[in-house]
Structures are given as C-alpha cells and as structure tokens.
Design a protein around this ligand. Structure first.
Ligand SMILES: Cc1ncc(COP(=O)(O)O)c(C=O)c1O
Length: 411
C-alpha cells in the first residue's frame, strides 16, 4: 500500500502543510488484545430479521444508496459528486481520524478545521467564522452514535450554499427527533465494519436525485474469497467459530512467519513517514471505485438488526453502570438516550500517561485518536490523549465485558 501513495498532484498537496500530531505511545510495544474491538462473525449471527425495534430504522438501508469498499471511499464519492477540486475548501471537525482527512487530501482541496465543545458537539460559531468563498462542504460527525444537533449548521449551509456531509461512521442507526440519523445532510456516509461482522463496506446515501452516479467496478472472485477468509480467520483468532479453528491454524503459522519480517520493515518505514505521506496512506485510490463484496452486502442485509441494537445498548449501559462513579475515569456521556445505538464507549482518563499504558498492557482493546491534524481546538488536543474508545458491540461476551470493567476499576 505504501508503494502506491505518490499521486500526480503531489505538489499541490505538499503546499497544504497539514501537520499531524505525533502518537503518544509506540503501539507496537503493547500485546494484542484477545477481545475483538469490532464485531466478528459468531454462531449467534442470525440471518433472521428481528421484529419491530425502535432503532431499526436507518437511512443506510435504502435501495438507492451506493455501497463501496469502506466509509472513507463513500466519503470520497460524495466529494466527487460535489465536484471538490484544489480550488475548494472543506470544513472538517478538529477531532478526527486520518481516514476522514485522506479523502479530502487526495482531491487537493484546502482543509479547514472547526472547533468542538467538551461533549464533542459542534461549535457552530466557529464553523461560520471559518467559512470562506471557497468553502464547498461541511462535514459533521455523530461521534460514537450520539447525534449532533444540526439545525443551525443546516441553516448556515443553506445560507452559503454549502453541502452538508453527515459522517455516520459511528451512527448507522438512531434518530434525531423525528428524523433518522443521516437524513438531514445532503450526503450521509456509513462504515459497515463498525456495526456488522464484515471485512469491507461503506455506504453513501444521497439526498434527492443524483445527476451522476460514481463509477464502480465489481470485485474479483479471488478478492471476495480473500475477504471471506479474512472474516472467518478474524473470528477464529478471537475465539469464535472454534469448530473451524484447525483449518486456519496451519495457514496462520505459515503466513505469520512471512508477515513478521514484512511488518518490521513497515513499522520502521512508518516512523519515517512525513505528515504528507502519513495522511495519504489512509486512502488507496485503487479502492475508490470498488463495490462492496457480495458476502458483506449479504451479511448486512440479513443481519439480526434488533439483536445488534439491543446488545450494543445493553453493553454500553453495563459499562456506564460500572464507570459512572469511578475516580480515575469519566464517561464522556453519562446517559444513553432511547434514540441512540452506540458505536463505542468513550471514556475520559484523568491520568492518561499511566492509565493508557496499564490498560494496553492488560490487553484491553482500546482505540484513541492520537494523530490529529493540528488545529486551534484545545478540546481535540486534550482528547487526543485523554479520550479512549472501548468496544460495546454485539459480539462481546459477558466475560470480555467483565475483563474490561475489572481493568478499568483497577486503575
Ligand atoms: C468518524 C469516522 N469517519 C470515517 C471513517 C472511515 O471509515 P472506514 O474505516 O470504513 O473507511 C472512520 C473510521 O474509523 C471514522 O471513525
């Protein structure tokens, strides 16, 4: 992948001077967690549709949507439909992962970052201050599945004739008042790996009629098979589907030996990456036109939605109950309103320098957005160190949730 990241428009991009903050730790030093951070296929995966569930509605189930390789490519398709080019500017929240930056970066457009408040809600005043004649799109993120109030942003976008892109990577389900999440913006994007046990998949929902549909190609059978094997292997590695374990053990040993030497090279090279190359490496232009694999589409369309929504809410509530009164940590959100199906459990650490390392050494699955593009948002800088993301997805087992609770209680 690294080899493919030098595009023709390199000079335009280099002028942008985006600076990425350095990671706080070398993640390679930590042991790999046995608890899956994202959903995995297990024997409870059901193809039966669940009955009525309040949160089953999603804009991403509509037939007119465009399914692609992953969320970032769905985002890139939205940028293509808007005709974002190097003369344009796009407003993005200061708290982000680099996969949200890379699609804009590849267009050559200017990227402006707007501020967020302590609860990660949008600073609408800052958005309006940062709008310029070249601003063509504003991206809003419903962090961890908690919906943003979009009424003011929608007014601003209308006033300045700017497209509103709802990044629903964390919010496949849920509502905001009478509306479904993703139903307010001109575009909404979803990342399927975060809510379903799939190896690939992103969705673009477009409001109204599309003049031009993005060009897409089907995946080769070999690639589709590879995704299927990866999916099953991931499940086996996470102690699910034990009955097919033996099939993967031999493969894994052989591949592990080969990968080990490759990985070393990659990690060393990664350390050398300039900010420019680092952002680029989050986006592979070859994947941009790829359709979703058939298996992933099948899994999404036949998943037990009620189970996904219920279990995520139950797991989130379980973590909330245990973390609400602990001294070294504070849940970012102290309640779970009815309209929300959470993606992850965001937890604020009081002593991140020591506690992050303690949790990682205990093999707790954690994500933290450490690498951010520099901005004037103090909250985002603070959260790059203090805010961790813990899983609450439907594939977690009770003992895994308890291991997470125990490790946090021991801080
Ligand atoms: C808020 C947000 N948007 C977009 C993406 C990109 O999604 P994907 O990984 O499916 O490309 C991510 C991925 O982590 C994300 O967290």
């Amino acid at each position: 992948m690294i080899k493919k990241i030098l595009p023709a428009n390199q000079t335009i991009q280099e002028e942008m001077q985006l600076i990425v903050t350095k990671p706080h730790n070398d993640w390679a030093q930590f042991p790999k967690s046995d608890i899956p951070i994202l959903p995995v296929i297990d024997c409870h995966f059901s193809t039966k549709k669940y009955g009525n569930h309040n949160n089953t509605e999603s804009v991403f189930f509509s037939k007119s949507n465009i399914y692609s390789h992953s969320g970032r490519y769905a985002f890139s398709q939205a940028l293509e439909i808007i005709d974002i080019d190097p003369q344009c500017s796009v407003l993005i929240p200061s708290y982000h992962c680099l996969s949200m930056i890379a699609p804009v970066f590849w267009t050559g457009a200017d990227i402006q970052f707007y501020k967020l408040k302590k609860d990660l809600s949008i600073d609408v005043v800052d958005i309006e201050n940062k709008i310029s004649p070249s601003t063509r799109a504003v991206v809003v993120v419903h962090y961890f599945g908690f919906p943003q109030n979009l009424s003011r942003v929608m007014e601003i976008c209308k006033k300045y004739n700017i497209s509103l892109i709802e990044d629903c990577a964390h919010a496949f389900f849920g509502t905001m008042g009478a509306k479904k999440i993703g139903g307010s913006g001109d575009f909404a994007i979803a990342s399927l790996k975060k809510f379903f046990p799939v190896a690939d998949g992103g969705v673009l929902a477009v409001k109204g009629n599309m003049d031009k549909k993005p060009y897409q190609t089907s995946l080769k059978i070999v690639t589709q098979l590879k995704y299927m094997i990866n999916l099953l292997e991931e499940s086996v590695l996470n102690k699910r589907l034990e009955s097919i374990k033996i099939i993967f053990e031999v493969f894994r040993k052989l591949r592990h030996q080969r990968q080990h030497s490759d990985e070393k090279e990659l990690v060393d090279f990664d350390r050398e990456l300039s900010d420019f190359l680092k952002i680029q490496s989050w986006f592979d232009p070859d994947q941009k036109t790829k359709k979703i694999s058939r298996l992933s589409k099948y899994i999404v369309e036949n998943s037990n939605i009620g189970r996904i929504c219920t279990m995520r809410r139950e797991n989130f509530s379980y973590l909330l109950k245990h973390f609400n009164r602990l001294k070294p940590v504070t849940p970012l959100y102290s309640t779970l309103p009815q309209n929300i199906v959470p993606y992850m459990f965001p937890l604020v650490l009081k002593n991140p320098d020591t506690d992050f390392i303690k949790l990682k050494k205990k093999k707790i699955p954690i994500w933290r957005w450490e690498e951010l593009c520099m901005s004037d948002c103090k909250t985002s800088r603070y959260y790059s160190k203090h805010l961790i993301q813990l899983p609450c997805h439907q594939s977690l087992k009770k003992y895994e949730l308890d291991a997470i609770v125990q490790a946090v209680k021991e801080l």
